[in-house]
Design a protein around this ligand. Sequence first.
Ligand code: FES
Length: 303
Amino acid sequence: MSATTVAAPTGQPPDAIAVDFESLAKRVDDAMAALESLDESARAVADEVKAAVEAIHRAGLVTIVQRMRADEAARAVLFDLVDDPVVHLLLSLHEIVRPDPMTHANRVLVTVRPQLQSHGGDVTLVRIEDGIAFVRLDGACNGCSMSSVTLRNLVESALVEDVPSITGVEVLPNEPSPTLIPLESLRIGPDPASEGWVKVGPAASLPNDELTALSLSAQSGQQAEIIVVNAGQRLSAYRNECAHQGLPLDNAVLDIDNGTLTCPWHGFCYDATSGECLTAPGAQLEQMPLRVDSGEVWVRVGT
Ligand code: FES
């Protein structure tokens, strides 16, 4: 469990109810580990006590959530609370809210990972888009041997069967790394538009230390919602979709000092120049090829 400190609500002295989440989580983990050393009948009693206490907590939480949802003013507070990581964790542990698809899928992958690793393979969930989970497979999961096909099927059936919002799985190529755009795709030929390049405008028109959201259409008709990040005059273009839940990044916060871009929805934080997600390792923004040619910025939307 991650370390989080729960702050006191506005108007209350922080020390009054500040909770060290890490200590609480450790206390639970220690108690659970101690249960393992009990003999079978003692463990059965302890499990029953735990289940009974959890049932009371769940019943109370369900009542609180139902009452808050029924009241207009309280509903806004409830939505705010659900975005708090600790509250979200508590409610999802009691299955009162569903974990977001990325979290849910990552939890499912934890269950198949030992089997993959015992065959020298591994899996990374990159993003979920329109019900499709995009994964990257490593080691023995790659290739076309029988065992790699079996491991891939294992990942696919676990995700599709256990995560209701996932209907399919697509395997992303491992090379080149998604943070690297092949040089080939950065070349602008004599007829850029026919190669999917779209002229964004003069580099000087993209404000320094800001991000600009744009809607681009390629000659082929392909369209893309993108953001161009100008971090200290270093330009990067990304598809305008957060790797968490695919929500737009128009209002993301660009922190030039730290070189980060933070999604306004649930706070996923990215390296502003590579798109690598610093919150959820393995996730990342989809980078779009960008060139500056004679002072004009071009972004490649199609092929
Ligand atoms: S959509 Fe949830 S953090 Fe961006």
